[in-house]
Design a binder for this molecule. Structure first.
Ligand SMILES: Nc1ncnc2c1ncn2[C@@H]1O[C@H](COP(=O)(O)OP(=O)(O)OP(=O)(O)O)[C@@H](O)[C@H]1O
Ligand SMILES: [Mg+2]
Length: 453
């Protein structure tokens, strides 16, 4: 205790004098002796003072203990509990949600719905609902371990890749079960890849980003697209050749890219062929339609330089760019891709992987010769209306074994003396499923639906 504090200020005892007094002096005559006995007296005889002192000690003790417990428990927490955080921008995020929605031991009634639509070639739309765990806490049991799953949504941040709120899923479990995280993520990935197996993912642009267009589509098989003799095989062998020669390009410092142009009338199977080719190569496909008004030079450039891996780029209707020499354009369109914008984007792709670009147009005469330079378009092929070869192949594809009728049908189409697209043929055959005779009888309708070019 500080000896100076309770001393009468009038007293003139100095510290030197005090230090000569033996410690805890008992003589009541000295200043310290008097003071000590006063305190002892108070402690013994005054219950309030005694209790206060006791409380003070107890309080201090508790506070120390409390902070100790907090420290210890956070230490135990850190030792025994492990967290895994998955952010919505991470690929495994969607995989994990999908995995969890299928997990059988889920103790949660809080779900949210995720809707996907797929627009088919014929314009019809299929809608699929998936029930995924909603925001909040969920508990699951996985291989005997309890795992807490917290899905949190940020109200302020938006994920630019898909326009949805930024989210985080946190998995918490005991330290000893931490290896389960790895197993869960692998399981989730395998389920997701299985569902994409045999399928082609189609990406379209959404703002500055690529976004999956609906669910992965069943692969279109190459034999289902019937082009004139040799066209498919030639393109396929060229693509294979290109893909085998990465080292050749890098050794010579040439950008590893190849551009293909398919030109010809509508409904001749250009888009269908490119989709089937992507399926054959096990690639995904990124589609940009240059005739869409909301695509600018900057966005085109950005998109082409930020493609998802293993994708073919498909630029549809590239003639649209040739209507607009400059961004402001004589035609008055304010935002659309310009001729120079397209060339720059084609030249500027700086991917370490190979870049395969397919371009389509119905109007090759509108294209500026500058686009035919190697590195922009290296391979160009005409995909035209149905030739007798294609008519025959398509007929047999729809009506296997009907060789005799097929001959008549091929002759009848030739006699019509009009251009018929393969899409028109398909229309006629779909209308007469399993009725080849009716298809032959209705052949005149092709004349009306055809357009002479
Ligand atoms: N050669 C073909 N073989 C098989 N199916 C075809 C063929 N041509 C067209 N089709 C069918 O016709 C429809 C339209 O074909 P697609 O969209 O591929 O034509 P396109 O050449 O891309 O036309 P556009 O120039 O108008 O874009 C599809 O449903 C496709 O299955
Ligand atoms: Mg097309």
């Amino acid at each position: 205790m500080d000896s100076a504090a309770p001393v009468d200020p009038s007293s003139t005892v100095n510290s030197a004098e005090l230090s000569t007094i033996p410690n805890g002096g008992t003589e009541p005559d000295t200043l310290r002796g008097r003071f000590s006995s006063l305190i002892a007296n108070a402690m013994e005889n005054n219950p309030y003072f005694a209790a206060g002192g006791g409380l003070m000690i107890l309080g201090t003790g508790l506070a120390v203990a409390r902070s100790g417990i907090i420290k210890a428990s956070s230490l135990i927490y850190r030792q025994m509990i492990v967290d895994l955080e998955i952010q919505s921008k991470d690929k495994s995020y969607a995989w994990f949600l999908q995995w969890m929605s299928k997990h059988p031991h889920r103790i949660s009634k809080h779900l949210s719905v995720r809707t996907n639509y797929v627009q088919h070639d014929n314009g019809s739309v299929t809608t699929k609902f998936a029930l995924v765990p909603g925001p909040g806490n969920h508990w699951i049991r996985y291989k005997g371990a309890f795992i807490r799953i917290t899905r949190e949504r940020s109200a302020k941040m938006i994920d630019l890749t898909n326009g949805s709120p930024f989210e985080i899923v946190t998995l918490t479990t005991l330290y000893r079960d931490r290896f389960l995280f790895d197993e869960i993520l692998n399981e989730a990935k395998n389920i997701a890849l299985k569902s994409a197996e045999g399928k082609t993912v189609i990406y379209t642009s959404f703002g500055p980003e690529w976004r999956k267009f609906g669910q992965p589509k069943a692969k279109r098989l190459l034999p289902s697209v019937i082009l004139d003799k040799g066209i498919k095989e030639d393109i396929l062998s060229d693509v294979h050749d290109f893909m085998r020669n990465g080292k050749w390009y890098s050794d010579r410092g040439i950008p590893y890219r190849r551009g293909y142009l398919l030109y010809g009338p509508p409904g001749s199977g250009k888009t269908s062929f490119i989709q089937a080719l992507a399926g054959e190569l096990d690639y995904n496909i990124c589609i940009l339609n240059l005739s869409e008004g909301n695509l600018t030079d900057d966005r085109l450039n950005h998109l082409m330089n930020n493609m998802p891996e293993r994708s073919i780029l498909l630029l549809e209707d590239i003639d649209a760019a040739f209507n607009h020499r400059t961004q402001s354009g004589e035609t008055g369109f304010k935002s659309s891709v310009t001729f120079s914008g397209l060339l720059n984007a084609l030249d500027g792709v700086t991917s370490s992987e190979e870049t395969i670009t397919f371009m389509t147009t119905n109007h090759p005469e509108k294209l500026d010769p500058a686009i035919m330079r190697p590195g922009r378009i290296d391979y160009k092929v005409f995909v035209g209306n149905a030739t007798p070869y294609q008519v025959e192949k398509m007929f047999i594809k729809f009506y296997p074994g009907e060789e005799a009728l097929c001959k008549k049908f091929v002759q009848a189409t030739a006699n019509l003396n009009v251009q018929i697209s393969t899409a028109q043929l398909q229309g006629l055959f779909v209308m007469n499923k399993d009725r080849p005779k009716d298809a032959l009888e209705m052949i005149d309708t092709l004349r009306h639906s055809s357009h002479v070019i």
